[in-house]
Design a protein around this ligand. Structure first.
Ligand SMILES: [Zn+2]
Length: 208
């Protein structure tokens, strides 16, 4: 099954893609991972990506699409895959449609308030990278890692202004894809405001 997970930052797409990928035994493909892998491999595309990322610029659509196309042609993606965080724009969706048939697009719906609460509550350990949440998974001692005693901090991405900015970009660039895929009769909606287990059950039910 060829799947796309669509939704705002903090909606839980990545977590659910990991869960479903294990259950269906299909790869979870995110553009962030593809960029990192290409850079590491040092391929021609990878060198281009590295140059762009070092300048702090966004990887252009054409290059992103090329990397996705290459990844989807690998044998492990023949039986299906989950695209997590791609396409991000209608232009990318059009490009994808030229070489792939998508069976279903899962839209993770969630309120802005909950996104802000989820992301702004996240704390990361400076030493070992462990992730906590002040409401859902608090450390035993505030500001200190349970595992290694390291200092917990808020990543720049998880600061309120940055979250609001990410939500704005999502609404402008990516939200139009909801109507795009609804028009193509592949959109399935789930309410991702509860636990990952609850979202997983909903996804299984809409894919039946
Ligand atoms: Zn730690």
């Amino acid at each position: 099954m060829n799947l796309i997970f669509l939704g705002a930052p903090g909606a839980g797409k990545g977590t659910l893609a990991t869960l479903l990928s294990k259950e269906y035994r299909i790869p979870q493909i995110s553009t962030g991972d593809l960029f990192r892998a290409a850079v590491k491999e040092g391929s021609e595309l990878g060198r281009q990506v590295r140059g762009i990322m070092e300048k702090g610029e966004l990887v252009p659509d054409s290059l992103t699409v090329e990397l996705v196309k290459e990844r989807l042609s690998k044998p492990d993606a023949r039986g299906g895959y989950i695209l997590d965080g791609f396409p991000r724009t209608v232009a990318q969706a059009d490009a994808l449609a030229e070489f792939q048939k998508i069976d279903a697009v899962i839209n993770f719906s969630i309120s802005d308030e909950l996104v802000i609460r989820r992301l702004s509550g996240r704390r990361v350990c400076r030493s070992c990278g462990a992730i906590y949440h002040i409401e859902n998974m608090p450390p035993k001692v505030e500001g200190t890692c349970d595992r290694c005693g390291g200092e917990l901090y808020i990543r720049d991405d998880d600061k309120i202004d940055s979250i609001k900015n990410r939500l704005r970009v999502y609404k402008e660039q990516t939200e139009p894809l909801i109507a795009y895929y609804r028009d193509r009769a592949v959109l399935r909606e789930i309410d991702s405001s509860k636990s990952p287990q609850d979202s997983l059950a909903q996804i299984e039910s809409v894919l039946e």
